[in-house]
Write a protein that binds this ligand. Structure first.
Ligand code: CP
Ligand code: NVA
Length: 316
């Protein structure tokens, strides 16, 4: 395993990380998973450390992964929903960040604006982890690449296809991490939902450097030869008013056995960040069927999040 010093770093999006640093975190995640599978007494690498978990939006996997990964190694996670804390309500965001930085070793934020997680990082003075914003979901996609590599080996040169809403936080983060790691990434989405220019513009030079082919297409036939087909909900958290409009646009893009057959290979895996709406973006027979690796992906959230915290808190 290569070695990188990530102590003190935040994770706001993968744009700030080099391919070597991402590779290091993937290798560390694998090691963390092997340790967990071997059993034995848990190590106590987070003893004496505290983690603030700030949530503006709901979460099952991200909250549970951070809380269990940190707590089982002796750390003290504190869950703070918007009903508990003065985040931008009676106190400015900058002041809240300064105070949390005096009390916590690190902060996780899930919510709406990317600028909120950036401000927390700028003013707290401690590592801040983006647990999902409208713009990015970086901890998710590390687990996604780990899952892809568990089945196909090194991800560089493999083909990942995302089918569905091409503008959401998961797709944007996949674009960045695939561009950095040399994973060929095809987004299959209607014209109305093509990724925004800001992220395309940032990823183009990254993919040119790594050799990743980055494609955006409306044609589902372009899933041909994909190692993995990935989808996510048609309406992300905060977009509930767009439900009918999205359903009309995305119904032809449902991942079902007919779409999976278009890959023309028998070993394509199915990925989903979860939570899933079965019968909308994916049929039940695909997500609950033999090609689905969605449950490994969910488990890998914990191993990857533990690896990110170990490295950035200087606990390795
Ligand atoms: N995939 C994911 O982030 O799940 P949660 O919304 O349950 O955290
Ligand atoms: N795009 C989804 C991801 C959930 C993990 C959302 O933002 O709701």
């Amino acid at each position: 395993m290569n070695s990188c010093d990530l102590k003190g770093r935040s994770l706001l999006s993968w744009l700030d990380y080099t391919p070597q640093e991402i590779r290091f975190l993937l290798d560390l995640s694998k090691q963390v998973k092997e340790e967990a599978k071997a059993g034995g007494d848990p190590k106590r690498r987070f003893t004496g450390k505290t983690l603030a978990l700030l949530f503006e939006k709901r979460s099952t996997r991200t909250r549970c992964a951070f809380e269990t990964a940190f707590g089982e190694e002796g750390g003290h996670p504190v869950f703070l929903s918007m009903d508990d804390i003065q985040l931008g309500a009676k106190e400015s965001l900058e002041d809240t960040a300064r105070v949390l930085g005096r009390m916590f070793t690190a902060i996780q934020f899930r919510g709406f604006k990317q600028s909120t997680v950036e401000t927390l990082a700028a003013y707290s003075g401690v590592p801040v982890y983006n647990g999902l914003t409208d713009s990015f979901h970086p901890t998710q996609v590390l687990a996604d690449i780990m899952t892809l590599e568990e089945y196909f080996g090194p991800s560089a040169g493999k083909k990942l296809c995302f089918v569905g809403d091409g503008r959401n936080n998961v797709v944007r983060s996949l674009m960045v991490i695939c561009s950095k790691l040399g994973v060929h990434f095809t987004i299959v989405t209607p014209a109305e939902l093509k990724p925004e220019w800001d992220v395309v513009e940032k990823c183009a030079p990254l993919s040119a450097e790594s050799g990743a082919a980055l494609r955006v297409t409306e044609d589902t036939a372009e899933v041909e030869w994909a190692n993995a087909v990935y989808t996510d909900v048609w309406t992300s958290m905060g977009e509930e008013d767009k439900k009918a409009e999205r359903a009309a646009l995305l119904r032809p893009y449902q991942v079902n056995p007919a779409l999976m057959a278009k890959t023309r290979r028998g070993d394509t895996i199915f990925l989903h960040c979860l939570p899933a709406v079965k019968g909308e973006e994916v049929s039940a027979d695909v997500i609950d069927g033999p090609s689905s690796r969605a449950w490994d992906q969910a488990e890998n959230r914990k191993h990857t999040i533990k690896a990110i915290m170990l490295a950035t808190l200087g606990c390795i």
